[in-house]
Design a protein. Structure first.
Length: 350
């Protein structure tokens, strides 16, 4: 396992992060604990979760993933061996997160309520990396850098970034949170956070968690340079395009217990041009004799701006294969062929 510095922190994280969003929905507590045990044995001591999980979000399972991690911490007495990241929900119409039934937004009252509830479920007194799951302001899509511009100014009331940063800075000062990060964020949003932190001497954003895969490379158009020049660790999620880049949905296949069959929430990866691009990458992996899932993860894992690639699995066998992808090299010749496909089918799944 490779280890990389996270931002300008004192944290050294593995290049593969254990994602946890299926625990409490597709996975039981026992299965979650087994994945945690196996990942730690393999050197993965960085966990990513959220108050919103498990997925899909609903009142009955909200917070279940954090609770499963919390019972694992209690049973193993190993909190000090793990770097823990979780998230607070951004602006949404969902009313089941907060005690007063308010829709979620990133104001002081809600953020403090969220972090205290996460700490309780996780059975810990501090969070290593606390992330804003998605912006408080309106954005064009859930993806961070849409390829088609939509004017979202003045579409919703929003909490200004300086006010959100005030709250996050206070969380760091209290010791409940060590470092802060953003997710599903744009270049403008990230630079605005960095600007206000610098001029006001406040906690600095150390990471950004955005979708990134063979079929969604929009991070490269603006955020990659910021990540490298400003030392912002990129935590890439959905390297497998929610399973499409494994080939399991090819030609209309719909496997039992697959996420698409269970929830049908994969529209981000079903846009015009997506099937053509996905099939091209699947064919290339097959020609090279590389497992399709490992090929897709290896591409993400080897980008110079990636601090860690977030993987998730519903079985130990899947988890093992995903972790093993970190050993696969993407040679210049392979990268040239990937880029040729990308030029013909650029970012169909932003």
């Amino acid at each position: 396992m490779q280890y990389r510095k996270l931002g300008r922190t004192d944290l050294t994280i593995p290049s593969i992060t254990l994602g946890t969003m299926t625990w409490g929905e597709q996975n039981t507590e026992a299965e979650g604990h087994a994945q945690l045990d196996y990942a730690l044995e393999r050197g993965i001591n960085f966990l990513d979760t959220a108050e919103l999980y498990s997925i899909p979000p609903k009142p009955e399972t909200q917070g279940s993933t954090e609770r499963i991690i919390g019972t694992w911490f209690k049973a193993r007495a190993n909190r000090d061996k793990v770097i823990l990241a979780t998230k607070v929900a951004g602006r949404s119409p969902n009313t089941w997160f907060r005690d007063d039934g308010s829709p979620t937004e990133l104001n002081r009252k809600q953020i403090f309520e969220a972090v205290d509830k996460s700490l309780s479920r996780l059975q810990t007194d501090y969070i290593d990396l606390y992330q804003l799951h998605f912006p408080d302001r309106a954005v064009s899509t859930f993806g961070s850098v849409p390829t088609i511009f939509q004017d979202t100014r003045n579409t919703v009331r929003e909490n200004p970034i300086p006010e959100i940063l005030d709250v996050l800075d206070d969380l760091v000062k209290t010791g409940k949170v060590r470092y802060i990060g953003v997710s599903n964020e744009s270049p403008w949003g990230l630079m605005t956070f960095l600007h206000h932190a610098e001029v006001r001497g406040q906690a600095r954003v150390q990471s950004i968690q955005n979708a990134y895969s063979l079929v969604n490379r929009v991070f490269e158009t603006g955020l990659a340079e910021i990540s490298l020049r400003e030392d912002i660790g990129m935590l890439a999620y959905s390297p497998l395009a929610q399973g499409y880049l494994t080939g399991k949905y090819r030609d209309g296949a719909l496997p039992e217990r697959s996420r698409k069959r269970l929830f049908d929430r994969l529209q981000r990866y079903e846009k015009p041009g997506a099937e053509t691009a996905i099939n091209a990458y699947l064919d290339l992996a097959a020609e090279l004799g590389i497992d399709a899932a490992q090929f897709a993860i290896a591409f993400v894992h080897t980008r110079p701006f990636i601090a860690s690639t977030i993987i998730g699995a519903t079985s130990i066998a899947q988890l093992k294969a995903d972790i093993d992808a970190a050993d696969i090299a993407i040679t210049p010749e392979i990268e040239e062929r990937i880029n040729a496909i990308h030029q013909r089918n650029s970012n169909p799944c932003p």
